[in-house]
Design a protein around this ligand. Structure first.
Ligand code: NOJ
Length: 467
């Protein structure tokens, strides 16, 4: 079967990771600026300098046969500390959208891809319910300003990683290791999401609204009852607290219970807010797929959550073990990237089937790609590994589509090389190479760019189909 003719083929980016111009055009400081500057970590001050190169980049997408572009709006560019509009920032996004339209590219917008204004972080960030009100105002401004120009909206990108990395692993701002704060912040993000969806409906914004989740379909090491219990814990921790809430309006009961057993105080969940959440359901799901999670029952040891930000292959520095719940394990049969990410296209197929059975909603693959070290100084990057990664994942997605999953689009992460958070600029995902050492940040399409062009132009029919 073929994909629908309206299928979106594009690349994805995020404001902080590509724009640069961190202190230009009236943009205020974000939590990430503060955290990276204060700790002297590599920052996205310049990144891909999309702020000044957007025309060139969007034209290149069109040349690459793409018909869509997923990007995020930067809250610190759009509103100042008093909640007033920043016209220069707003104009920038009008220009980006205009350029997309001029090039036949459908803009696919994320409201929040991690760049929380620093003044809100100072007041407790997502642990403070006031941040939800501030987000609602910001969303309202965006809907009013861009509502007539955008068909596809998403509220948050990957609440899971904001929470896990920011409040449990401690490698993202606010760099805490505090389970109580993690749960409060996660809950408030989902509340803010629901408040924005409510506003969207009340304002009758034309178009559809969803959320973007970092989807880790859970597999077990065997069929035993204890493994199935571990899988349920893992699924609640990794997926359900975002997807069940966005799609069905409910937090998984057994997850709340399990949190209480861990002495988490849930008294911040007030009735009126829980009711508001229960009424706001998304129109579609955006799923970012990088890998599944293979789990076994918890055996021993304290909760350990670490993430490989250094790219030293095979060191096993990524660990997810939650005391009394589950342990994530490596599959000895699988290949892993330098950053310990399993390469497992079948997980996308199975994950899509499960998400469809559970939620019955249209689905976009809002991110998929492979991060590599690459030498971009010697002409076209011959990234055959990326081509075969994408070939296998798009094939998996099409297999799911053949079985009735309503897949509406595929976005490669990323449109071009960008700043990869704590991994810096050398972890490259782009279809287009950027030489970050070149003063002009020269862009050169990689081999995968041309391959993806043929796939997009053929609406997927050029994918080698395997079952
Ligand atoms: C998901 C996030 O949305 C994005 O910001 C990140 O860079 C990619 N994954 C790659 O890790």
């Amino acid at each position: 079967m073929t994909l629908k003719s309206s299928f979106l083929w594009g690349g994805a980016t995020a404001s902080y990771q590509c724009e640069g111009a961190w202190n230009e055009g009236g943009r205020i400081e974000s939590e990430w600026d503060r955290y990276l500057h204060e700790n002297n970590f590599e920052s996205g001050d310049i990144a891909s300098d999309f702020y000044h190169h957007y025309k060139e980049d969007i034209r290149m997408m069109a040349e690459g046969g793409q018909n869509a572009f997923r990007f995020s709006l930067a809250w610190p560019r759009i509103m100042d500390e008093k909640g007033n509009r920043n016209q220069e920032g707003i104009d920038f996004y009008h220009n980006v959208i205009h350029e997309c339209r001029a090039c036949g590219i459908e803009p696919f917008v994320t409201l929040y891809h991690w760049d929380l204004p620093a003044y809100l972080a100072d007041n407790g960030g997502w642990t403070n319910r006031n941040t939800c009100d501030a987000f609602e105002k910001y969303a309202e401004l965006c809907f009013r300003e861009f509502g007539s120009e955008i068909k596809w909206w998403t509220t948050f990108n990957e609440p899971k990683w904001t929470i896990v990395s920011g409040y449990l692993v401690g490698n993202y701002p606010p760099a805490e290791k505090n389970a109580q704060h993690a749960v409060e912040a996660g809950y408030h993000m989902m509340l803010a999401h629901a408040m924005a969806v409510k506003k969207f409906r009340e304002m009758n914004v034309p178009g559809s609204i969803g959320i973007v989740h970092s989807y880790a379909p859970v597999d077990g090491v065997d069929d035993s009852v204890s493994t199935q219990k571990a899988m349920r814990f893992a699924d609640n921790f990794m997926n359900n607290w975002v997807l069940d809430v966005a799609a069905k309006g409910v937090f998984p009961e057994d997850f709340l219970e399990a949190l209480t057993v861990k002495d988490i105080d849930l008294s911040f969940m007030n009735k009126a807010d829980v009711q508001l959440i229960s009424k706001q359901k998304v129109d579609f799901l955006g799923l970012n797929y990088y890998a599944r999670a293979l789990v076994k029952p918890y055996s021993s040891g304290e909760t350990t959550l670490t993430v490989n930000n250094s790219g030293s292959k095979g060191k096993g520095t990524t660990v997810t073990l939650i005391k009394n719940w589950f342990e994530q394990v490596r599959d000895p049969e699988s290949k892993y990237t330098e950053w310990d990410t399993e390469i497992y296209p079948e997980g996308l197929y199975r994950g899509l089937i499960r998400a469809n059975e559970r939620y019955h909603l249209p689905i976009f693959i809002t991110e998929n790609g492979i991060g590599m070290y690459e030498d971009v100084t010697k002409g076209e990057v011959n990234d055959q590994y990326r081509i075969s990664f994408m070939q296998d994942h798009i094939n998996a997605m099409m297999n799911a589509s053949d079985e009735g999953v309503d897949v509406c689009g595929y976005f490669a992460w990323s449109s071009f090389d960008l700043y990869s958070w704590k991994n810096g600029c050398e972890k490259r995902y782009g279809l287009v190479a950027i030489d970050f050492k070149d003063p002009n940040l020269k862009r050169v399409p990689k081999k995968s760019f041309y391959w993806f062009k043929e796939i997009a132009k053929s609406n997927g029919t050029k994918i080698e189909r395997r079952h």
